[in-house]
Design a binder for this molecule. Structure first.
Ligand code: NOJ
Length: 983
């Protein structure tokens, strides 16, 4: 047990021991993950078995011999749904029936589901007197899917193909086609005649059927060794029970894994599979130089001191993958909530075997998905572009929530602010130093003895006055509430949990007890609707005393983290609501909990709900609908700062873009330079929060000293000024599923040079291209520009021509490198304030970055930033267009019942400044801009022009054009000569 680990598990130590620990902590900052706490594939029975099966087929080089056949006579096809029976033939000649459904969806996607008849009918025997459900887990969709995008296309056509195949065509002009091979069973998906996705092309399909346990005489137990090496080896050693790290999993349902190979022919890069600390373009996993030797693992875990560039599992799982090549993007969504491993290999063929997609050779990417239990349920998404995939996947699992404005402003956290006085003091200090922030956070120590929904009476005697002080500056408080509930007589919440039967049960079907922060604890089973209703009741203002409306929530440790459990989580044979085993639902567990919190918060203010803010550590596909996430316990090191960027980019690809990393690093003490650079990077995380471990030194920005405090303040002010652009990007994410931070391949899908770039990114569709500095002592960065447009330095308008060029951009410590792509209009609010709430009625600045044709466009989305009224039209959505020397603002929103009332509230909010970058030199002689705004008479306003100089673009400034943000208007630049002569 390392010092840091033990310190984390208890914060109440004897002082001398703590001092010793701190000393050691300071002199030996080397952190490393405890590999022995977490399984490798060869320590996970089903992963090992499935890899062995794959190996046997890799050796053969063909899927022939795969024991799965589609019984042609069983096929029924109606309204775009194909039903049939896949038959698995055992070596004994016995057969297993596996009901198959393929839905050909109106969206052009397809869903393939395989169940097991015997388990489906409950015709199996459970071992050890287990009360577990007998079916394969079939409720993952109920949690992850929204119900949209599931409609099958009634006009889809089935025809008998040649050589034992069935062919289905569907989609607009029948552009999609599935060739279903009967023996061995497999499917090839085509778009416009081109093969895109192949299922079971390599023969790795495996559905471990139920069988009774046969107790063999001792000498036969090692039967595996006697098999001939040409036969796939059936390793039975972990079929009936499996031990790891001193814990034994009893597996009452026997082996039940599902696995499948999915190949993307011609696709050189795959992305997604959040959450891993590795590159955006996923690595191969079967060994070899530069590759991993382990599959990407998804088994939500509290991984202590996680390592970088690793396929190890982390806190959340999103089993969605995008495959990308020039001209096309496709994807798969593997809807399974159990432990899942994914192997990735690339086969190169063609003229240049080393080209890896960069011209010449062709690369096929093959993947192998393996889950411990549940249905085989996979969506194949046939898109054209990365954006199509985001949209399709978002339609299935939901788009990101539109957060309250404060949620995307700056959050100040540490473990822990020690008292309500401490919080008030920090709040005052931020003001004293003119540093903006919106939210201050309380970690677990605010509670009375780790009993959630209570306050430590000594240190937090008066939470209400603390919240009131924050509210004076429109600031908020976030408090932590975890899913482990202290097991202590007299603690009402704990007693209610037990008495009402709302806790997770152990394998004997008694309440499960384990260890977490409070010591002995029970875990709320948020799969149970009655438990969720009870959870809601706990947040009402009269139950959670000491909370006002500006208090919001942090759900941590919801993987769930169980300190004394196998792999620091719950035993897999624990029982949840509906008698599902924990193994079946593990990866969804965290989402059920943060969803419950989200809904509880909505109901806090009856009749006038506010958009809740909930931060979660654990997540699954669908979590984006109700929470933000962060990347957990990172370290105050430069490599962790660098790693945060691909991780957050990948969150966007995986449909959950509202993410961030602990700014400054959780463990350890950052140098001032690192902290400054981290704030500059963090100012471009969708979720922007400074956080630190309890053992670290205080590091609020005002403590840094100059020039660091000013540098951090500038980074914060930059974030605040750009909040209108951020909010607009969040709106796009909430309607189209697009990432908030978009990587190079995402924005320039046809530029192969950008496919592996993951250290620079665009902010939504603003054209802002950011490359944070992530190396110590660096004074410049190299930025790659893909397209032919000119780019301009955000601060001084230096011109950087695009067109597949890499530029060195100066980045002294006070500067975060940002370029603006020509052709965009970026909305800002430039007046410095204490918090985003105080900026609500501030005027806007528009930055117009003209492209080579002298044109630009941009959008702005704005609403009240806190209620759900936007769903009834209470918002503005403007399109700004600059063309032919004319800037227009036009409405692109739809009218709703609350539109006019909202527009009234913002009638005095104006554009106060327009900056035109790359302004034409003819403007040098021009002094006036004429304004014609709807509802007001035309007027002229002054234009100040600055000519180009020293590699910097010319620019112009128009102050106070007198136009409102919520109405249509146009401004004409370049006056007619007659008008000028009037001067
Ligand atoms: C673990 C979380 O990852 C960390 O952010 C938090 O400070 C501690 N739990 C204590 O609650």
């Amino acid at each position: 047990m390392t010092m840091a680990r033990s310190s984390r598990r208890s914060s109440h130590w004897a002082i001398p021991y703590l001092s010793l620990v701190l000393l050691l902590f300071l002199v030996s900052p080397a952190f490393s993950v405890k590999h022995h706490d977490f399984k490798r594939c060869d320590q996970s029975g089903f992963c090992k078995r499935n890899r062995a099966l794959a190996d046997s087929f890799i050796e053969k080089g063909t899927s022939d011999g795969s024991p799965y056949q589609l019984d042609a006579a069983s096929i029924k096809f109606k309204n775009g749904l194909l039903h049939g029976s896949v038959v698995k033939t055992l070596r004994t000649g016995d057969t297993i029936k596996l009901p198959l459904t393929i839905a050909f969806l109106e969206t052009g996607n397809a869903r393939v589901t395989i169940d097991e008849e015997r388990r489906q009918k409950g015709d199996i025997e459970l071992r050890h007197g287990s009360v577990a459900r007998k079916e394969r887990y079939n409720e993952a969709g109920a949690w992850a899917l929204t119900g949209a995008g599931l409609q099958s296309q009634k006009t889809a056509q089935l025809k008998k193909g040649s050589d034992g195949t069935s062919e289905v065509s569907w989609g607009h002009n029948s552009r999609f086609e599935a060739i279903i091979r009967h023996a061995p069973f497999g499917i090839d998906f085509y778009t416009d005649g081109e093969r895109q996705v192949v299922l079971n092309g390599r023969g790795f399909l495996n559905i471990e059927h139920w069988r009774p346990k046969v107790d063999k005489p001792k000498e036969e137990e090692n039967a595996t060794e006697q098999q001939t090496p040409t036969e796939p080896i059936e390793d039975e050693s972990t079929w009936w029970e499996e031990s790891f790290g001193g814990n034994t999993d009893t597996k009452p349902k026997g082996p039940e894994s599902v696995a499948l190979d999915i190949t993307f022919p011609g696709y050189s890069h795959v992305y997604g599979l959040a959450e891993h600390a590795g590159p955006l373009s996923l690595r191969e996993t079967r060994g070899g130089e530069g590759n991993y030797d382990q599959p990407y693992r998804m088994y939500n875990s509290d991984i202590f001191e996680y390592e970088l560039d690793s396929p190890m599992t982390l806190y959340g799982s999103i089993p969605f993958m995008q495959a990308h090549k020039k001209g096309s993007s496709v994807g798969v969504f593997w809807l399974n909530a159990a432990e899942t491993w994914v192997d990735i290999t690339k086969a190169r063929h063609g003229t240049n075997p080393l080209s890896l997609g960069l011209g010449g050779g062709v690369v096929d990417t093959s993947t192998h998905w393996m889950s411990e239990s549940g249905l085989l349920d996979v969506f194949v998404i046939l898109g054209n572009s990365p954006k199509d995939l985001s949209k399709s996947y978002g339609e299935l699992t939901g788009y990101t929530q539109l957060p309250p404005t404060f949620g995307i402003a700056y959050h100040q956290c540490r473990w822990n602010y020690v008292s309500d006085q401490d919080v008030k003091d920090v709040d005052r200090k931020f003001d004293k130093y003119n540093i903006p922030y919106d939210v201050i956070w309380l970690d677990i120590e605010y509670t009375d003895d780790k009993q959630y929904f209570t306050w430590d009476p000594l240190n937090f005697p008066d939470p209400i006055s603390m919240e009131q002080q924050l509210d004076e500056s429109e600031r908020k408080l976030v408090v932590i509430i975890d899913p482990h509930i202290k097991n202590k007589a007299g603690y009402t919440v704990g007693e209610e949990l037990q008495n009402k039967g709302f806790a997770v049960k152990n394998k004997e079907n008694n309440i499960f007890e384990g260890w977490c922060w409070p010591g002995s604890s029970h875990w709320i089973d948020a799969f149970n609707p009655a438990a969720r209703a009870w959870w809601k009741s706990l947040f009402s203002f009269d139950r959670f005393k000491g909370t006002l409306q500006n208090v919001w929530l942090w759900n941590d440790m919801n993987e769930p983290s169980v300190f004394n459990g196998p792999e620091i989580t719950m035993p897999r044979d624990n029982i949840h609501h509906g008698n599902w085993e924990h193994r079946d639902v593990h990866n969804i567990n965290g989402m059920t909990f943060h969803n419950a919190t989200y809904h509880a918060l909505i109901e806090r203010k009856k009749g006038d709900p506010r958009r809740p803010f909930v931060l979660t550590r654990s997540f699954y596909a669908g979590s984006q609908r109700s929470a933000a996430m962060w990347t957990g316990d990172n370290q105050a090191s430069w490599d962790h700062l660098a790693a945060s960027i691909p991780m957050i980019l990948n969150q966007g690809v995986s449909g959950f873009p509202f993410g961030g990393a602990d700014v400054g690093g959780f463990f350890g003490n950052p140098s001032k330079e690192l902290q400054a650079r981290w704030y500059q990077a963090g100012a471009f995380y969708p979720f922007f929060r400074g956080h630190a471990h309890i053992d670290t030194r205080r590091r609020e920005p005002y403590l840094l000293g100059e020039p660091y405090t000013s540098i951090v303040t500038q980074a914060l002010r930059l974030r605040y000024a750009l909040l209108p652009a951020w909010y607009t990007a969040f709106h796009e994410a909430s309607t189209d599923g697009y990432p908030i931070l978009q990587s190079q391949y995402y924005v320039h899908p046809d530029d192969e040079k950008g496919y592996a770039i993951d250290d620079q990114f665009y902010l939504g569709s603003t054209g802002l291209l950011i490359k944070p500095v992530v190396t110590e002592g660096a004074e410049s960065v190299d930025i790659y520009l893909s397209d032919d447009e000119d780019y301009f330095d955000y601060f001084d308008y230096t011109i950087y021509p695009g067109g597949s060029r890499t530029h060195t951009v100066q980045a002294p410590l006070e500067k975060v490198p940002i370029l603006m792509q020509g052709g965009h209009i970026i909305p800002r609010k430039d007046r410095p304030r204490k918090s985003s709430g105080l900026m609500k009625w501030d005027p806007y600045t528009l930055v117009i970055v003209l492209d080579k044709k002298g044109e630009a466009t941009g959008t702005l989305y704005a609403d009240d930033g806190e209620t759900f009224d936007y769903q009834h039209g209470a918002y503005v959505h403007r399109q700004f267009t600059f063309s032919n020397n004319k800037l227009t603002s036009s409405n692109i929103g739809a009218k709703g019942p609350k539109t006019s009332a909202y527009l009234k509230t913002i009638k005095d909010v104006q554009v106060e400044k327009i900056i035109i970058v790359n302004a034409p030199s003819e403007w040098a002689n021009d002094k006036l801009v004429s304004v014609s705004a709807v509802g007001s008479s035309s007027a002229d306003t002054e234009l100040i022009y600055h000519g180009p100089a020293g590699g910097k673009a010319g620019w112009a400034l128009v102050r106070r054009p007198g136009v409102g943000i919520g109405v249509d208007w146009s401004l004409s630049f370049l006056q007619t000569s007659s008008k000028k002569s009037d001067l």
